[in-house]
Write a protein that binds this ligand. Structure first.
Ligand code: NDP
Length: 334
């Protein structure tokens, strides 16, 4: 069936600028790390993409290795673009990344020029695209000179295969060095992608959040796993549901994450969210906008309904100092 996007889609979403660049991203973006591989329902993937775009989510985030099998999320998304989103390409921000293990041998991993540029070509082929909007280096590589990885990003942009460059999982000091190199190359580096949630405060401690907001050189920050892969919802409060990530795909979230202490924190946060008139998922997402550092929050979903629930976080993104303090105390960050 042919897809026509909701006419009102831009009334519902707010867009934020990536640092000082021209690029605006929706407050919520959709990531395709889980539930878009060969083991998932194509119809459900399609419905999730439609629900997102119908509600103003213009940004879809991928990586070369998303699956399983690695590459299959890009292939599936490419099919959706071709069959349903083709007429909307100029309304979409599509990102991909290279940096984790992708193919056998010494050229299928990390941050060499050889790997990154070959990987981008493969990603474009799988998605059936001429270019991606953002191409990321997916993780810091301790053994490749930073200049080499950054020059590969610059080549990707200057060859027209990517419009903007990004880096992911970098800490503050490495990001600052990367910015220096990319500024010198006049490469449009606009965004960092890092994990951040009520439970995971790494970016507050490794200098990244501070570096992103540096006066005169502000960059975008899109944060992943904002729900700690589903822990920051009410779903695990009464056991492990059969349709939850822990049960359906235990690669990165395992049952041992549900310690008694974690469950107690989730339960208390759930009570606080209820007092604010939100679900815990909505409070965990809106908490990320407590200051101006975060450009977009990158959610995952296993069904369209979750996207609809999560978007409603925009109805309440202000927190009292007392609420912020309570969240820090409950989550063990004070
Ligand atoms: P989240 O923390 O948002 O977790 C998403 C999962 O939580 C869903 O798949 C679903 O799992 C559950 N969920 C979502 N909404 C609700 C709800 N309202 N109620 C109950 N459960 C809910 O994000 P992800 O960990 O999936 O990461 C998001 C994206 O970030 C990825 O797709 C990827 O694009 C990016 N990412 C980037 C990384 C990087 O290194 N750059 C690393 C990891 C992610 P279920 O229903 O199956 O339990």
């Amino acid at each position: 069936m042919e897809y026509t996007a909701n006419q009102d889609r831009y009334d519902k979403m707010q867009y934020r600028r990536c640092g000082k660049s021209g690029l605006l991203l929706p407050m919520l973006s959709l990531g395709l790390w889980h539930n878009f591989g060969t083991d998932s329902s194509f119809e459900n993937m399609k419905q999730m993409c439609f629900t997102a775009f119908d509600n103003g989510i213009t940004h879809f985030d991928l990586a070369n290795n998303y699956g399983p099998e690695p590459g299959s999320a890009e292939s599936n998304f490419g099919r959706i673009v071709k069959e349903n989103f083709a007429g909307y390409r100029d309304e979409l921000i599509i990102s991909t990344k290279a940096g984790y293990t992708m193919w056998d041998g010494p050229y299928g991993d990390w941050g060499s020029r050889k790997y990154m540029l070959a990987s981008l070509d493969q990603s474009l082929r799988r998605m059936g695209l001429d270019y991606v909007d953002i191409f990321y280096h997916h993780r810091m590589d301790p053994n490749t000179p930073l200049e080499e990885s950054m020059m590969a990003l610059d080549t990707a942009v200057k060859s027209g295969k990517a419009l903007y460059a990004g880096i992911s999982n970098y800490d503050g000091p490495h990001m600052i060095k990367a910015v220096e190199i990319l500024n010198e190359l006049k490469c449009p580096f606009v965004i960092n992608q890092n994990r951040y949630s009520i439970f995971d405060r790494t970016v507050e401690k490794n200098g990244l959040k501070e570096a992103v907001g540096r006066e005169g050189n502000q960059k975008g920050l899109i944060v992943f796993s904002p729900l700690a892969q589903g822990l920051l919802t009410d779903k695990y409060l009464h056991g492990v549901p059969a349709d939850s990530r822990i049960k359906t795909d235990g690669r990165f979230l395992k049952a041992d994450a549900l310690t008694p202490q974690r469950l107690e924190q989730i339960s208390k946060l759930n009570d606080l969210a209820a007092q604010r008139g939100q679900t815990l998922a909505q409070m965990a997402l809106s908490w990320l906008f407590k200051d101006s550092s975060v450009t977009s929050v990158l959610i995952g979903a296993s069904r369209p309904q979750q996207i609809l629930e999560n978007i409603r976080m925009m109805e309440n993104i202000t927190f009292t100092q007392e609420e912020l303090q309570q969240i820090d105390v409950i989550s063990g960050n004070k």
